[in-house]
Design a protein around this ligand. Structure first.
Ligand code: B3K
Ligand code: ZN
Length: 889
């Protein structure tokens, strides 16, 4: 908890460290009521700083929090309290020579660490989470990413309780001690910052495999889990091997150590952590088998395993100089894992999912009080900056570089980046420079994507001159002000586009100034506030397909008519834009319904939406996963994001009306698709592979529409699917549509049976909580409050908090935003409790309240009131303080 006034830290103040740590030798003695940490640091003056600060050596200021210092010596000389200074967060002393060895012993208390940062216990197991600044809760250190050291780690613990002792690198030695204890020593030969340190001790089982690298070295692969989960590891292991091969093939990156380990833990603040050679994962990001994990969960495991593995190069071998550069590793690695998933599954579906997520959540962040550039220039608490902007928008920025340079040029740039900076801690500018140098291009203006926050708007206008056969597109870009950035300079916006003729064929494209046409799909660069591109030899007025594949993270507007959108839905050669045309059509129709609802008028659905979706359903040749995506109406959260003032009740009413009308109008084709796919699901055994996933996604969205009919034949089909299936994807969907229906008896029975059957599986219980938390029927808050008292719920487990409180506040908009403010009060109450238990989780849960400006005046007042109540509630963590104070500013 904070005792000093929180301080803003600025990128412009960055200075290289005064001292370096060449070697770090750690010994941990783990006990039930405390842990002793001995650290030997072989240190020297940083030569880079020597010139600037000639003369006497500067003081050495080590980071350290919540440590009880037991002994300290400098070059074997014990230091007395008068020889150093201690405060809440630092240990300061005066070295006498440029090279020295510092030994310290501290006592820490992992057994009572509920913040889950540093060394802590998850169940009976010891584990660590050090990124970003958790290592300072383990020992006194220069806890900053530009201090890179080799580590040896010895862990000692009681053998019976903790038979497995792990740390980074390769295993070196093991031995026994008196009193039933044993020890193991690990050596990591690669220099790394302290945030990549990891330690695990527990009673774990593992699945082992071998991967032969491109230079024919055998690497041992191990995934450690608690014994009861050993049957849920194969999917993660397969994903790991695929990732290792893909990184060799696509980036030429080979794994370096002799062993790569993953450990699954139940209590974890986020998805997973890329510690060198010893990744620690939230069990939800490792464990997956047919009976307990949905298709989405299987795909999430594959993506996160890949993401953490890819960090071995993009993050570990080449790391960040300071935390302002976080997107250097995160944006790049998200881009890498997205491309991996696209290669393993359906590329278009992956892109659709990612873009829908970005537009809904990152765009909202960009429009709110916590908006910041991909490379922020100031923060109070770095944990608050593991954001959608740094990750997802950061990935879009890397994707744009890829689009501008082409796959080959991008690979030349990444090769140069890895080769030039291996073993270094670098900046986003270094990344861009490698891309520039390898390709002979200038990215100066492009780099505004790193320094300017906010979502650019790109308005497009067309003009056609039939006599001159000229077709022009005028682009106007602007970007709204964000905190600290009132004015923005123009971005470089790559716009991938094509022009379609009346038959839906792509026209050859010749821009003014070019000698001949160059294909029908191309990327143009919008670099000015206003810019016109003229295409020549255009005989008839074409229909433009713009921003294909979502080639830039902008809000594009073009005055499409509904008929034009229907045309694009059917004819665009770009699968992403076919989906996007469908979304734009649905948005237009839904916005009309929202407005009608607000005026108190009767709602009438535009038949064109029925026709468009009916056409898709009738076409057997289409990818079923894409049909499922296109049948999904834009989410309530997205409709809220694009509203000037979000009227959640009107949004919900309009969207539900549209869903019911579609279900009624398309009942027969939906039922036919449902039955065919369900029959197939019953015929073949479950596999988490693309074809089956596509089939189930269409089956399940069809069921969710059909259930709106309230017909008994559908209720029976739903109950049959719930009871007779070999996988969680079908079972959970059946449960969810039942929960959202008005069949109260069947609902209660199914919920009871589900909980009874899965009560010993915490990850499945998380899904059970989420399904209920998301139920929009009246009384949502009371249901959630009752579930907080369920024996499987605890505020101490982040997955439970996310599953119940997070799902309620983020996905159940009508109940969370109920007019009396009780939803807000509930969330604020939980944040106040969580603030003391786990600041990172508390601060995350606050997000929906930070969006108060989106709502009507009455709700704004209620939301602000709750933020003020949190601010006044006592000693706030820096995490919660930063978010609340910026939201109220
Ligand atoms: N690098 C970690 C995130 C650490 C978050 C610390 N609050 C996981 C990842 O992005 O791979
Ligand atoms: Zn990452």
């Amino acid at each position: 908890m904070r005792t000093e006034q929180p301080k803003m830290i600025y990128l412009k103040d960055y200075q290289a460290p005064d001292y370096l740590i060449d070697e770090t030798h750690l010994t941990f003695e783990l006990f039930e009521d405390h842990t002793l940490v001995h650290a030997q640091l072989i240190m020297r003056r940083n030569p880079e700083r020597q010139g600037e600060q000639a003369g006497a050596l500067p003081p050495l200021m080590l980071d350290g929090q919540q440590l009880e210092l037991l002994s300290l010596s400098l070059d074997d000389r014990a230091l007395a309290p008068g020889d150093y200074r201690l405060d809440d967060s630092h240990l300061t002393l005066q070295p006498q020579q440029a090279r020295f060895t510092l030994d310290s012993t501290v006592r820490i208390h992992p057994e009572s660490n509920t913040a889950l940062e540093g060394l802590y216990k998850s169940g009976t197991m010891f584990c660590t989470q050090c990124e970003a600044e958790g290592f300072r809760k383990i020992t006194y250190y220069l806890d900053r990413p530009d201090v890179m050291s080799v580590f040896t780690t010895t862990v000692s613990a009681e053998r019976q309780r903790y038979p497995v002792l792990l740390s980074n690198g390769n295993p070196r030695a093991t031995g026994s001690e008196e009193g039933g204890r044993h020890w193991a020593t690990w050596e990591d030969p690669f220099k790394k910052p302290a945030y990549l340190f990891a330690l695990v001790a527990g009673d774990l089982w593992c699945v082992e495999d071998v991967f032969t690298t491109m230079s024919r070295r055998d690497v041992t692969l191990r995934i450690y889990v608690e014994p009861e989960n050993i049957d849920k590891v194969q999917h993660a292991m397969d994903s790991l091997k695929k990732s290792m091969r893909w990184d060799e093939e696509v980036y030429g990156r080979e794994y370096d150590l002799d062993i790569f380990m993953i450990v699954a833990v139940n209590d974890f603040n986020m998805g997973a952590m890329e510690n060198k050679g010893l990744n620690i994962f939230n069990s939800s990001a490792v464990l997956a088998k047919a009976e307990t994990a949905t298709d989405a969960a299987h795909q999430r495991v594959e993506a996160i395993v890949a993401h953490e593995y890819f960090h071995n190069w993009s993050g570990n071998r080449v790391t960040c100089r300071d935390w302002f550069q976080l997107s250097l590793k995160e944006g790049f690695t998200v881009f890498r894992d997205a491309e991996f998933s696209a290669d393993m599954n359906s590329r278009t579906v992956k892109r659709v999912e990612d873009v829908a997520y970005l537009r809904t959540h990152q765009f909202a962040e960009d429009a709110g009080p916590m908006a910041h550039p991909v490379r922020p220039d100031a923060f109070i608490e770095i944990s608050n900056f593991y954001t959608l902007t740094v990750y997802e928008k950061g990935s879009e920025v890397v994707r744009m570089i890829h689009t501008l340079l082409g796959a080959e040029g991008f690979r030349k740039g990444s090769d140069l980046y890895f080769q030039r900076h291996d073993g270094q801690a670098v900046t986003c500018d270094d990344f861009a420079k490698a891309m520039e140098d390898a390709n002979g291009v200038d990215l100066t203006q492009f780099k505004r994507w790193y320094s300017q926050g906010g979502t650019p708007r790109l308005a497009v206008e067309e003009r056609f001159d039939p006599q001159a056969r000229r077709y022009s597109l005028t682009f106007r870009q602007s970007c709204p002000a964000t905190p600290g950035q009132p004015h923005k300079e123009p971005f470089v916006i790559p716009v991938e586009l094509g022009l379609l003729d009346a038959a839906g064929r792509e026209l050859p494209l010749r821009l003014e100034g070019e000698d001949s046409a160059q294909g029908g799909n191309r990327v143009i660069r919008v670099t000015e506030a206003e810019q016109t591109f003229t295409f020549l030899d255009i005989a008839e007025k074409p229909l433009p397909s713009l921003l294909r594949g979502f080639s830039a993270p902008v809000k594009l507007s073009f005055p499409y008519s509904r008929d034009q959108l229907m045309f694009l839905m059917q004819h665009d050669s770009d699968g992403f834009n076919r989906w996007d045309a469908g979304q734009q059509l649905a948005v237009q129709v839904l916005q009309e319904l929202i407005a009608a609802h607000r005026r108190g008028e009767a709602l009438v659905l535009d038949p064109r939406l029925v026709e468009a979706l009916g056409t898709l359903l009738a076409d057997d040749s289409l990818d079923q996963a894409m049909v499922a995506e296109m049948l999904s109406l834009p989410s309530e959260a997205y409709l809220a994001e694009i509203s000037e003032v979000a009227d959640v009740d009107a949004i919900h009413a309009a969207r539900e009306f549209a869903r019911r009308s579609l279900a009624e109008a398309l009942y027969q084709p939906l039922l036919a698709r449902y039955r065919a796919n369900r029959a197939e699901s019953q015929r073949v055994a479950y596999a988490a592979e693309a074809g089956q996933i596509a089939r189930r996604s269409l089956q399940n969205i069809a069921l969710s529409y059909l259930m709106l009919s309230g017909k008994t034949e559908i209720l029976e089909a739903c109950l049959d699917q719930y009871q007779h299936c070999d996988n969680m994807t079908e079972r959970l969907t059946a449960l969810a549509v039942l929960v959202n229906s008005s069949f109260e008896d069947e609902k209660a029975k199914a919920l009871g049976a589900f909980a009874e059957h899965f009560k010993d599986n915490p990850l499945v219980m998380d899904q059970w909580f989420s399904v209920q938390a998301g139920n929009p029927l009246p009384g949502g808050l009371e249901r959630v409050q009752a579930l907080m008292g369920h024996p499987a719920f605890t505020l101490k487990n982040p997955n439970k908090v996310r599953a119940l409180i997070g799902a309620f506040a983020n996905q159940n908009l009508v109940n969370f935003h109920r007019a009396d403010g009780a939803g807000y009060r509930f969330l604020a109450d939980q944040v106040i409790v969580l603030n003391a238990l786990n600041p990172q989780i508390a601060s995350r849960q606050l997000t929906p309240l930070t969006r108060w400006r989106k709502y009507d005046e009455a709700r704004q007042g209620l939301m602000r009131g709750e933020l003020e109540r949190i601010l006044a509630s006592g000693a706030l963590s820096s995490d919660v303080y930063e978010v609340v104070s910026k939201s109220l500013a």
